[in-house]
Design a protein around this ligand. Structure first.
Ligand SMILES: [Zn+2]
Length: 293
């Protein structure tokens, strides 16, 4: 059996076939288009690019409304907002399952990744923004509308930077890759990618090490709030920043100890995701196959 996973991202659309044990058998990438019509065309191309798949899952960035079957808010792909994505997908891939990228990534970890060993776990995806999901005994908690898991906007720093959501000092303005780049730019005047900053930290550059430590600390502060609420048996950290987990780990534990007394007693294991570039495809394939809700 083969599972088709489609990951619609702000820059690229990745699609691929996955085996039931989590191996990506083949995959292709399309640049994310600028119109809904072009997106429909790409989805049809994907349909004909792969054969013999039993299930289809799709991950979409933004606030997916489970009841209306559409994206309500998508800062990275504005044309998706309020577009009838549920109907469009059903017309091309009957029976396909769609959810937002964070929920879908949580399913990927639950079915194929580090979450497999746990009955329940908390997934945090730290990329340009921060998203996540709580896998609890066979389901991802998605809330009334499907909006649960918008954890990037829990407030962590009242003196922090203004956020696009209208609030200030949100977790993702303090601890995402976007925050890492901003903090590095403010310190050095240089505008580098997250990977470049991580590389400089590995080479021992003081400013890069310092901003990595700051990001790790704020990551720990936000994570502490979630551990206080959920008492999860384990935490999996995915997204671009998980590739630099060793550079942020120490200060993350410091932030956790400062913010969560539950953590001081519960000590759940905190594991970086094993998935690299294929996390989106694996998550979408997992959700199409086993997802509920
Ligand atoms: Zn916010």
């Amino acid at each position: 059996m083969k599972l088709l996973g489609i990951d619609i991202g702000g820059t690229d659309i990745d699609a691929g076939l996955v085996s039931p044990d989590g191996e990506v058998l083949e995959s292709k990438t399309w640049p994310t288009p600028f119109t809904l019509l072009d997106l429909e065309r790409i989805l049809r191309e994907i349909k004909h690019s792969f054969n013999d798949y039993a299930t289809v899952g799709i991950g979409i960035p933004g606030l997916w409304d489970e009841r209306l079957r559409r994206i309500r808010y998508a800062p990275n792909i504005a044309f998706l907002e309020e577009a009838p994505m549920g109907d469009i997908v059903e017309g091309i891939f009957p029976g396909a399952r769609v959810h937002n990228d964070a929920t879908v990534s949580t399913w990927g970890e639950a079915i194929f990744g580090n979450g497999k060993e746990f009955e329940s776990f908390l997934m945090i995806t730290v990329g340009t923004g921060i998203g996540g999901g709580f896998y609890y005994k066979g389901e991802v908690l998605t809330g009334l509308n499907g909006f649960a898991g918008e954890i990037g906007h829990i407030p962590v720093n009242p003196n922090g930077t203004e956020c696009g959501c209208g609030s200030r000092g949100c977790w993702e303005t303090e601890a995402s890759v976007k925050a890492l780049r901003r903090k590095y730019r403010q310190r050095t005047g240089r505008d580098l990618s997250g990977e470049e900053i991580a590389l400089r930290a590995r080479q021992g550059e003081g400013e890069a090490l310092q901003v990595m430590r700051e990001i790790g600390y704020w990551l720990g502060i936000g994570l502490g709030s979630l551990i206080n609420i959920l008492d999860p048996p384990a935490v999996v950290i995915g997204g671009g920043l998980s590739l630099s987990f060793d550079l942020i780990e120490d200060s993350m534990y410091e932030g956790l100890r400062d913010s969560s007394y539950v953590y001081r007693y519960s000590r759940p294991p905190i594991l970086p995701s094993r998935f690299r570039k294929k996390a989106g495809i694996l998550g979408a394939a997992a959700y199409g196959w086993k997802g509920k809700g």
